[in-house]
Design a protein around this ligand. Structure first.
Ligand SMILES: C[S@@+](CC[C@H](N)C(=O)[O-])C[C@H]1O[C@@H](n2cnc3c(N)ncnc32)[C@H](O)[C@@H]1O
Length: 275
């Protein structure tokens, strides 16, 4: 990521950031938890407050990335998916969707979507995929699924199956944003044989600590969070067929090692096929 804009490189060149750095933003707070370098003081402060409220958030964030990688490996492998719509991409980290998918099937095409301008500054990393496949980046808000579908049509062919990925992103839509309708709009546009893969912070795993963390994040972060319980997350999969082992704690979804399975992930995760 050395040729990208970054807080450290910008500071050493006396540049100011091309966006507001005084308020914490989730993509940067999440990068802080993941051990990255792409955050500012406000993000670190919000990240630390959240760690105080829920010390397992760091392991939980890592378990989410591991779930993302396993889900993409399944989709590109066993499920034979070659097109991905990854909404709420985040700042590039280890095992980005195109890297995992193209390591299985180099011809995979990945459309990335995020609404945070900082993620856009890293788009070059996301776009440097295998020449046999293709990647694209769309700056758009999940609350406008039609705009996302229209933008991603530059790259994706909706006549063939697509995997929609919503990893640790739907918690930023409150009930007033009609998140179930948003997900239904995305999957309705895709043909049978398409997939929905998602993870969602759990209101009912480590419930007290998660409630404390939600309060803390909602005081400090620009994007508010709504954590959901198991039935509320399961509702996102309505009308779709969950693949084994169903919707489970993200670390328990097809773990590849005992330590992966034992990770304290406070997230529900699942992958489902459109019949
Ligand atoms: C916690 S990060 C998850 C990143 C990545 N999907 C993962 O699981 O590792 C959430 C991401 O969702 C993005 N996001 C939040 N609200 C969004 C919205 N309304 N539309 C698009 N992206 C959004 C944030 O900018 C951030 O990059």
């Amino acid at each position: 990521m050395t040729d990208e804009w970054s807080p450290e490189a910008a500071a050493s060149h006396g540049e100011s950031a091309p966006f507001d750095t005084s308020v914490a933003h989730v993509a940067r707070v999440y990068n802080y938890w993941l051990g990255g370098k792409e955050y500012f003081a406000a993000d670190r402060a919000a990240g630390e407050q959240a760690i105080k409220a829920f010390p397992d958030i760091v392991l939980s964030a890592r378990a989410n990335r591991a779930f993302l990688a396993r889900a993409v490996r399944f989709l590109a492998g066993e499920a034979g998916i070659r097109q991905f719509l990854d909404v709420g991409t985040g700042i590039p980290s280890a095992n980005n969707t195109h890297e995992v998918a193209q390591s299985v099937a180099p011809e995979s095409r990945i459309a990335y979507v995020d609404n945070d301008p900082i993620v856009l500054t890293y788009a070059r990393t996301l776009l440097a995929g295998d020449p046999a496949g293709a990647t694209d980046y769309i700056e758009a808000d999940l609350r406008q699924p039609q705009q996302i579908l229209a933008g991603a049509a530059r790259l994706l062919d909706y006549g063939r199956p697509v995997a929609v990925m919503l990893m640790a992103t739907l918690q930023h839509l409150g009930e007033a944003d009609d998140p179930y309708q948003v997900v239904a709009t995305l999957t309705a546009a895709l043909p049978p044989g398409s997939y929905l893969a998602l993870s969602h912070p759990a209101k009912d795993i480590d419930a007290e600590a998660m409630a404390r963390m939600a309060d803390s994040l909602n005081k400090m972060m620009a994007e508010k969070v709504t954590f959901r319980d198991r039935p509320a997350v399961a509702r996102f999969f309505e009308g779709l067929d969950l693949v084994e082992p169903g919707m489970v704690q993200a670390s328990k979804w097809r773990p590849t090692s005992e330590s992966e399975a034992a990770s304290p992930a406070a997230l529900w995760g699942g992958v489902a096929r459109k019949p």
